[in-house]
Design a protein around this ligand. Structure first.
Ligand code: FAD
Ligand code: EPU
Length: 355
């Protein structure tokens, strides 16, 4: 059933008020076809919605907001002791991780407590604590918005990168992800190379060989709870910026000036911890007019005043400009903005630099 003039505040974890001209909840393929047919007839843009934990609503949406509520989860044995998981778009990501861990299956534990649903996980190739979706991804089924056809995507076709995939590039806004298949390996080894995890297990004294997937999930949950705000209590969209990648030369200049700079080498380039840059620039804990910067993680912008997305984006732009002035580094927004640009400030919603 299509609703009109619907409040999207409950559908975004930043809790910004915005209205969708039309809204539909699809729980099966038939519902998706009907919603797409309606949108085609009226020539409406579509906003696919999962848990709303990676979007910023900067204004009303003039098309059809389509909540992807497809359910279904299946675990089955695959070759060489592996396990194949088939999950529908509307299943909750963290519940899937905990379900796997409870079965003693390894591979997803580092990705515990990431908010949102399965359908959005491939969009930015979710990642945390040294693991990304792509590491266990097998394939997905998506519905082409223009035709209603079902299309299969292999891991290669998804073109996964750091917080990136084909669905943010050439296939942007063209597909609804309906079903995702993961393949967990038959043999497992704990991935605890991420500094915070190493430190956690150094403190608990647990030996690497004795760790279970459940132990690692527990550690990840404890670390995340110690610094990331729970959106149920403090509205936020996770990291507001991607960690910027700079050349070895740029890194050397910054490292000389700031010996405690946090960065990870990736080949010849370096990925800088944007949270460190924003913290060092003095923004951590900043608050103004109901929006601010989280006091324990400067990469996370918060919206305790339930302000409109435009206010959050305005703060993000201010921060990005300051980081550019102080460190010569460009920050790129991680969440997607809807509508894509702010009416009162041209280009402000672009997904590229300066938020
Ligand atoms: P939504 O916000 O609903 O949608 C995100 C984008 O995907 C939108 O463009 C939407 O249109 C599109 N989309 C959603 N579902 C579909 C679908 N079925 N088909 C096609 N398009 C779709 N991310 C990480 O990678 N690592 C983290 O550690 C992490 N930590 C976070 C911590 C917090 C506290 C919060 C609030 C967010 C965090 N995130 C993290 C970001 C977010 O959780 C992920 O990006 C997640 O995958 C978003 O899922 P969602 O269902 O909420 O997507
Ligand atoms: N740091 C500071 N001050 C801060 C924040 C961070 O000095 O205010 C330093 C930390 O001390 C640490 C480094 O920066 O040395 C990195 O911090 P953290 O481990 O918290 O990770 P992050 O780089 O800030 C990224 C992801 C997170 C993911 C974590 C764990 C991005 C954009 N963010 O954050 O993902 O959970 O690593 O892997 O890559 C998200 O995408 O929404 C998200 C939360």
């Amino acid at each position: 059933m299509i609703r009109t003039d619907t409040d999207l505040q409950p559908f975004n974890t930043l809790t910004s008020a915005a209205r969708a001209k039309y809204f539909a909840e699809a729980t099966d393929y038939q519902g998706l076809h009907e919603a797409l047919e309606f949108a085609r007839r009226k020539q409406l843009p579509i906003l696919p919605l999962g848990g709303g934990s990676n979007i910023v609503l900067t204004g009303d949406f003039p098309g059809l907001a389509l909540h992807m509520g497809l359910k279904g989860l299946e675990f089955e044995p695959a070759e060489e002791g592996a396990t194949r998981i088939t999950a529908a778009a509307g299943e909750n990501w963290h519940q899937l991780v905990m379900n796997s861990v409870a079965r003693g299956l390894g591979g997803l534990e580092n990705l515990a407590l990431i908010p949102g649903n399965i359908g959005a996980a491939p969009i930015q190739n979710i990642g945390a604590y040294g693991v990304e979706l792509k590491d266990t991804f097998h394939s997905l089924t998506a519905m082409e918005i223009a035709t209603g056809d079902l299309v299969e995507f292999s891991a290669e076709a998804c073109q996964f990168g750091y917080r990136d995939s084909v669905f943010k590039q050439s296939a942007r806004d063209r597909f609804l992800i309906c079903e995702v298949r993961l393949q967990l390996p038959g043999s497992w080894r704990a991935q605890i190379s991420y500094p915070a995890l190493q430190q956690y297990f150094a403190e608990t004294g647990q030996a690497l060989e004795s760790l279970t997937p459940e132990d690692v999930a527990e550690a990840v949950i404890a670390i995340r709870n110690s610094k990331l705000p729970n959106p149920v209590h403090i509205p936020n969209a996770g990291s507001f910026f991607k960690n910027p990648v700079v050349t070895g030369e740029q890194y050397q200049v910054l490292k000389q000036r700031y010996p405690d700079l946090v960065a990870f080498s990736i080949g010849d380039d370096w990925k800088l911890a944007a949270g460190w840059l924003i913290d060092r620039a003095g923004w951590r804990g900043f608050a103004r007019d109901g929006v601010g910067v989280h006091e324990r993680q400067a990469l996370v912008l918060v919206n305790p005043g339930h302000q409109c997305g435009g206010k959050v984006v305005a703060l993000a732009r201010e921060i990005a400009a300051d980081i550019h002035t102080k460190f010569g580094v460009e920050l790129e927004a991680e969440p997607r903005f809807y509508p894509d640009s702010l009416p009162d400030s041209p280009g402000a919603g672009r997904q590229s630099t300066s938020a």
